[in-house]
Design a protein around this ligand. Structure first.
Ligand code: G
Ligand code: G
Ligand code: NA
Ligand code: MN
Length: 251
């Protein structure tokens, strides 16, 4: 397909940029991290949404070189931020299951000089459906480096809870469908967020609520006991220059 040809070229010719979305502490609303989100402005196709090209990159395994670039670029950029701010980087199953992934993380940290503690990798439950043992080994290797791992889009996949016993995630990210549900008065969504927060606390993990778009939703989420909040209310994904400017105005 034409898009695939363009994507292959885009990986070789660096047509991607990273945007960064703030994650704040639910209590004091201070930024604790930025999630890196890749953007592609194609000369042939214009702006292509990641919802479209990430699945294509995964199917064609182009996500391996692209993911390597994302990892390195985000670590480099985070090096320019205050030292207590983390960077969250999404990692696809195809990338995580690749034997070189561990070395890619080591290289990104070495090239950037970023402390491993400042890198948090985000994975979804789908990694445990594909190849649970390899996924677990791969995550344990990067945890051994000092990096942390967040479980993204929690509650929307097809996995079991068994892996929560075996792997020390630092953060569970509550999917925005539950946040939106709770905001619209769904008792089921409320109950699920409550249960996830309680479970995370017992497992010594933190929670991040995704997709918070209003002050009311932020207040609701805070009352439900989530530790961190992410969403348009606190900031949309922004360019690296805008992220830097945000730090300047904060201090
Ligand atoms: O940024 P946006 O909401 O449009 O992202 C759409 C989807 O693309 C989300 O599911 C998100 O996780 C995924 N995505 C965005 N950036 C990255 C990235 O850097 N790596 C991977 N693997 N997925 C990403
Ligand atoms: O799958 P993942 O959770 O990584 O996806 C992140 C995506 O969620 C990004 O594409 C980002 O643009 C989107 N996103 C972030 N905050 C909000 C929000 O408050 N509302 C909505 N609708 N989407 C959001
Ligand atoms: Na994510
Ligand atoms: Mn998510």
């Amino acid at each position: 397909r034409r898009l695939e040809v363009s994507l292959r070229k885009a990986v070789l010719e660096d047509e991607f940029v990273l945007h960064y979305q703030p994650v704040v502490d639910a209590r004091n609303e201070q930024i604790v991290s930025f999630e890196a989100l890749v953007r592609w402005n194609s000369p042939e196709h214009g702006f292509v949404s990641p919802g479209k090209f990430i699945p294509l990159a995964e199917d064609t395994r182009l996500i391996v070189p692209l993911g390597r670039w994302i990892l390195r670029e985000s670590c480099m950029e985070a090096r320019a931020w205050p030292d207590d701010i983390k960077v969250n980087v999404n990692v696809s199953p195809e990338q995580l299951l690749e034997p070189e992934f561990h070395q890619d993380v080591i290289d990104a940290l070495a090239a950037s000089g970023l402390r491993p503690e400042r890198l948090e990798v985000e994975v979804t439950e789908s990694i445990f459906v594909r190849d649970a043992t390899t996924a677990r080994n791969s995550l344990e290797q990067i945890m051994a480096l000092g990096c942390s791992v967040a479980l993204d889009d929690f509650g929307t996949g097809y996995s079991s809870l068994g892996y929560l016993r075996k792997l020390r995630f630092s953060t569970i990210k509550v999917d925005r469908t539950f946040v939106q549900g709770a905001a619209q008065g769904s008792n089921e969504s409320l109950a699920i967020i409550n249960a996830v927060v309680a479970m995370a606390q017992s497992l010594d993990m933190t929670t991040t609520a995704e997709g918070v778009e209003t002050a009311e939703e932020a207040e609701l989420i805070r009352n439900l006991g989530c530790d961190k909040i992410q969403g348009f209310y606190f900031g949309r994904p922004m360019s690296k220059e805008e992220a830097i400017r945000l730090f300047r105005t904060m201090n």
